[in-house]
Ligand binder design. Structure first.
Ligand SMILES: Cc1cc2nc3c(=O)[nH]c(=O)nc-3n(C[C@H](O)[C@H](O)[C@H](O)COP(=O)(O)O)c2cc1C
Length: 168
């Protein structure tokens, strides 16, 4: 599948089959996280692979939608902001940009493997930090369920390119 096809195929999957994800597929997805670029190559992130069967109630405390725990796994990208690059002249820290790229790499790789995902930012950070037993220096940036899809895309129309792009 070409990158173009992967990008066209991906959608937010909000329903999953009760079917395991093969270890080889999970490994490929985690490899995509490892290869993701980060500012000054800081790699100030960690990916947590959360088994939804073992952690069902704790996951729902953070994101209370049944479909997230239908998938066999939830992947969480966690950042350590102090280890990420900070732009010195305006003190902009890149950790959340890095974490988002890591998640995007995993999501596109998962799509190519026929798996479903959904970026999730609307979770309760404290509950997730408790589940992952994070230190004060780490915080979860994005989650996604990972599993075989059992839901069609919602209508999500995009703006015209002319609205989104400007040539100057
Ligand atoms: C950074 C980010 C955070 C998101 N957070 C959530 C979320 O918390 N819950 C949810 O159901 N969808 C979430 N989404 C999914 C968006 O609603 C979805 O990507 C958008 O509506 C476009 O639809 P599509 O992904 O099917 O193309 C998020 C997407 C992004 C990029």
């Amino acid at each position: 599948m070409s990158v173009e096809e992967v990008i066209e195929k991906r959608y937010s999957v909000r329903g999953y089959q009760d079917r395991p994800v093969e270890d080889e597929k999970l490994e490929k997805i985690l490899k995509a996280a490892q290869l993701a670029p980060t500012g000054v190559n800081s790699q100030a992130f960690k990916v947590y692979v959360i088994d939804t069967k073992k952690n069902r109630e704790a996951i729902l405390k953070s994101y209370n939608k049944e479909w997230i725990v239908q998938a066999p796994y939830v992947l969480a990208v966690v950042s350590k902001a102090n280890d990420a690059w900070t732009r010195p002249w305006d003190i902009k820290n890149l950790n959340e940009i890095d974490a988002t790229i890591v998640m995007d790499h995993m999501i596109l790789q998962a799509t190519e493997l026929g798996l479903g995902t959904c970026y999730i930012a609307a979770f309760h950070e404290k509950a997730m930090a408790e589940l992952l037993d994070l230190s004060d220096e780490e915080h979860p940036v994005l989650l996604t369920p990972l599993g075989y899809p059992d839901a069609q895309p919602r209508d999500a129309p995009r703006k015209e390119l002319s609205e989104l792009v400007e040539y100057i």
